[in-house]
Every structure is written in structure tokens, then in C-alpha cells.
Design a protein around this ligand. Structure first.
Ligand code: CUA
Length: 173
């Protein structure tokens, strides 16, 4: 069978690119340990109010004994609850998310806080916010007619301000 040399060249290029991309996937998976954050922790979305962590009274900001912060939030049509949380800058913050209804995506512009919130799973993101300010929390997965209006607010304050207002930090309480 005759293959035109020019066609052969493009075949090599095409296979080379496939090889390159597959190689990149395997390298990032094996060396920096990058993997899709899924199926790690399940939760019954219909019974969130009965779960300990995601019950309405337990949502919001908690200070761990080591001074790190845990934020438990629920995503539902159309908002992230609680609607407004205040957090310190330069402090590790772990967000834990659960959906009460459908698929949502939570995104905090200008930061690396972004994850899908899949019904039935707990989404967890740990990050540090370097810059104080007011940030919106936006939904970036289409979830219904109110999707465009699905947003809440996060206020980042300087670490010193936060510590003044939350003197129990660091297990000193
Ligand atoms: Cu929630 Cu779009």
C-alpha cells in the first residue's frame, strides 16, 4: 500500500501529539499527584439537615484547635449559605461544600477557590487568601433559571483584625 510521504509526515505528527498529551497526563498524575477530586466523601443530599456537619445551625466558620479555619457551606438554588462569611487573610482555610439539590459550581474570582459541588458528595478545598477585600462567591455551573443570580459574599480581613475579633484562636480559649 502506498502512502504519500506528506501524508505520512502528518500521521507521525498526529501520533506524536497524541503521545505527547498522554505523556503529559501520566506525568502530572504520577509526579505532582494531580487527580480529579471526586468520589472521596459521600453524603445524602436529601438529609443534610439531619447530618451533624451540614445541619443549618452548624454551617459557617469554625476555628480548629490548631488555628486553621474550617468553613462549612451549603449550595442550593439559588445561593451559598451562609450568605456572607468573614475570613482572615494569610491563614489556611478549608471549605467544605454540599449541595442540597442539583449540581452547582462555586468560584471565588481572583482566588484559586473553585470547585464543583456535586449532589451526593462533599467537596473540599483548602486555600490561603493573601489579599483582604470583599469577594463574590459565584455559581459557575448552570443550575436553573436563577443561576445568574446565585451568589454570596466572602469578606477577607487582615489576620490581625481577625485575631482581635476572634480571641479564641490558637486554642487559647
Ligand atoms: Cu448554582 Cu448555577
Amino acid at each position: 500500500m502506498h502512502i504519500d510521504p506528506l501524508e505520512k509526515k502528518w500521521l507521525y505528527i498526529a501520533f506524536g501529539m497524541v503521545g505527547l498529551f498522554l505523556g503529559a497526563i501520566f506525568l502530572t498524575a504520577l509526579i505532582p499527584g494531580i487527580h480529579p477530586p471526586s468520589n472521596v466523601e459521600t453524603i445524602d443530599s436529601a438529609r443534610l439537615h439531619l447530618s451533624e456537619e451540614f445541619a443549618e445551625d452548624n454551617l459557617g466558620v469554625k476555628i480548629n484547635p490548631d488555628g486553621t479555619i474550617r468553613v462549612t457551606m451549603v449550595a442550593g438554588r439559588y445561593g451559598f449559605f451562609p450568605r456572607h462569611v468573614t475570613l482572615p487573610a494569610d491563614t489556611p482555610v478549608t471549605f467544605r461544600w454540599a449541595s442540597i439539590d442539583v449540581l452547582h459550581g462555586v468560584h471565588m474570582p481572583m482566588t484559586n477557590m473553585s470547585t464543583m459541588v456535586v449532589p451526593g458528595f462533599v467537596a473540599e478545598v483548602t486555600t490561603v487568601f493573601p489579599k483582604p477585600g470583599d469577594y463574590p462567591l459565584l455559581c459557575n455551573e448552570y443550575c436553573g433559571t436563577g443561576h445568574d443570580f446565585m451568589w454570596s459574599k466572602v469578606t477577607i480581613v487582615a489576620k490581625q483584625t481577625w485575631e482581635r475579633e476572634h480571641p479564641s484562636q490558637g486554642g487559647k480559649s
